[in-house]
Design a protein around this ligand. Sequence first.
Ligand SMILES: Cc1cc2nc3c(=O)[nH]c(=O)nc-3n(C[C@H](O)[C@H](O)[C@H](O)COP(=O)(O)O)c2cc1C
Length: 434
Amino acid sequence: MSTLQRFVLMWFVSTVRALQTTQAPPLVLGDQIIKSVAAPMVAASDYAFRCLCRQYGVDLTYTQMLHAKNIVRDPIFVRNHLDFYECGIVEQKLVASQQLILKDTTVRPPLPSVTATKGPLIVQLAGNDPTLVAQAAQKVFNLHPQIAGFDLNCGCPQAIARKGNYGSFLMEHDNGKTVCDIVRSLRQAVPVPISVKHRLATDPSQNISRWRALQEAGVCFITVHGRTLYENKTAVGPCHVEWSQKAVETLSIPVVANGGVERFQDVEQLLQNTGASAVMSSEGLLETPYLFRDDPVNVKDAQFQVTRDYLAWCIHFPPLPGVLGPRGSMTVVKGHVFKFLHRYWSQHEDLRDRLTDPSVDTLGQLEGVVDELWARVSEQDDCESVSWYRRHRKQRTKVEQVPVVLSADERKAQIRERIDQMRKDQKNVLRLSA
Ligand SMILES: Cc1cc2nc3c(=O)[nH]c(=O)nc-3n(C[C@H](O)[C@H](O)[C@H](O)COP(=O)(O)O)c2cc1C
């Protein structure tokens, strides 16, 4: 088959598939149609990073998960987390951690993009008490009425979320009943859209009923992260995108598909295969913030350019420390710079050690380390194989390789899942060999 024939065949197959796929309604916030979304990320969704993402084509950003209880009861938590400059608060008194990182900055570069300073922002809340979560939303809304909406975290798989009964554990705990109560409570409390971001049910037969209940409770849209709570960290595995498609077929509200997006063509493919309204990315964006725009011709140039842009954003808007303590702002910045340039640090461990050295605690010093790295690698060939995104994805992708943080019930569910998978695999083998 010639290249042209192959191209025509591929085009035909993808067009037929697109025509067969049910399409979710568009996600519209204010007057903006949302197609690309930067995920909520603890210690990584700082305003500087949100601006960077918008600069490179992201339509909607989130705050990191914020505990409702802390917002309501802890003024220090509020001061160290609420960086909602999108809502017009540009000049704010710098806290000590932010001041520290600007100590040796004398010149402010121009903003990388003025338009990227604004854009819809969703605040993600965590909690399990409908009254408390509503109080937190009310408090945030009263401070920042330009917020585009509130999201409830129903995806956090960490042991601390199990202990506190929030995130994915809240959803599993009573099959979404409390989550729906919280959604109703939020709808009464604030006049902006409410959404839920969740992981797949450990018992897959529960997904559809959960979605229907959420829609009935009044969510404006849902975000489906196509993994269960066991498919996490080193056991992250492939994303089950077919469930996003099922959500689109089941619901009449917009659906955002999340999980497994590494590069530009994954975004297009995910939209096409699922019919989702938008795509959300987290780990992909953390390393390549331009992934919604295009694949770059020169990865190295692109990675260093986003690093420099991010540092410029940080000079204007140094990240708040969050819960990371007196050096928290620098920890956030270093975390981003580490991921942008991951493939180059691993070739120059002495510079990576300087990056992680606590005595490197200002943006000026950090720029110096980045400059030195650039001086060393600018003439070298690129090596894509050691990207940060691929760090857990090279070998260990199976669900059974989960770290030991599971309760007895979770283990049982996991074993059931594995048996189901083995049965399916066996059927496939039989079908293929028939
Ligand atoms: C550093 C980091 C922090 C995260 N924090 C949150 C969070 O605060 N709230 C949340 O709902 N998900 C959080 N997640 C999960 C992501 O939002 C996303 O659902 C998940 O990484 C899957 O998307 P991906 O395959 O594009 O990475 C976090 C992920 C990472 C890597």
